[in-house]
Design a protein around this ligand. Structure first.
Ligand code: SAM
Length: 217
């Protein structure tokens, strides 16, 4: 799985320019006022680094993890060009084996368009008291969408529970599943459904600040 992930993303990021676009995702721009301005951030599956560099420009020290050397090279180039190279630290790692060893105490953990419940469970333990978790995951297709896609690709119609149709990704969340990433935390923002033409779940949750009992007034 990971070898093919690496090859697939290397092929994409090996192209010239920023293939994922120049700007951070709309969710980040929308929630920007409530995100931290300082401290440490971890960007999981950082891709070419648009978000990691944006966070560093905002004032955070950023650790960014991805499987793709070409993506990480673009992260480095963007960070240097923006004058925040010293604030960005890229790590090449296969997240199918979990997060690499990291010093806990992150004020913000972000994971945009990468789905791994196991990694999310680990990431929550790396948050500092009061730290925030920002996640966007792509949702599984509904039965009708899957059938439509299978027909387009000329495959047999999949039954419920079959593996995804050709061209579809196995890295998709079930409806409401991403809510579990916020278990035991304060849910600050949650939205799921068709968002700008994509089937997405979006979540912002906060670990209880130090000295506060969960759900105290
Ligand atoms: C849809 S892209 C999202 C990138 C970035 N978060 C963004 O919003 O532009 C998914 C990312 O996950 C990374 N990825 C896929 N499988 C991975 C794995 N097993 N370990 C680490 N990173 C992986 C890819 O290299 C790619 O950068």
């Amino acid at each position: 799985m990971s070898t093919s992930d690496r090859e697939r993303w290397e092929a994409r990021y090996g192209r010239e320019g920023l293939v994922m676009g120049e700007r951070v995702k709309p969710l980040v721009r929308e929630l920007e006022p409530v995100l931290p301005w300082s401290g440490r951030a971890l960007d999981i599956a950082c891709g070419e680094g648009q978000l990691a560099v944006w966070l560093a420009q905002r004032g955070l020290d950023v650790t960014a993890v991805d499987i793709s050397p070409s993506g990480l090279a673009k992260l480095r180039a963007q960070a240097e060009a923006a004058g925040v190279g010293v604030r960005v630290h890229g790590i090449e790692a296969d997240l199918d084996h979990g997060l690499p060893a990291l010093e806990p105490g992150f004020d913000l953990v972000t994971c945009i368009d990468f789905y791994s419940p196991a990694v999310m469970a680990q990431a929550r333990h790396l948050l500092a008291p009061g730290g925030m978790l920002l996640v966007q995951v792509v949702l599984e297709r509904t039965g009708a969408e899957a059938r439509c896609k299978a027909q387009r690709f000329g495959a047999d119609e999949p039954a419920a529970g079959d593996s995804p149709p050709p061209g579809d990704s196995p890295h998709r969340a079930r409806s409401n599943e991403a809510l579990e990433f916020a278990a035991g935390m304060r849910l600050q923002f949650w939205r799921e459904g068709n968002i700008d033409g994509r089937a997405l779940a979006q979540l912002l949750a906060q670990r209880e600040p130090a000295g506060r009992l969960p759900f105290s007034a």
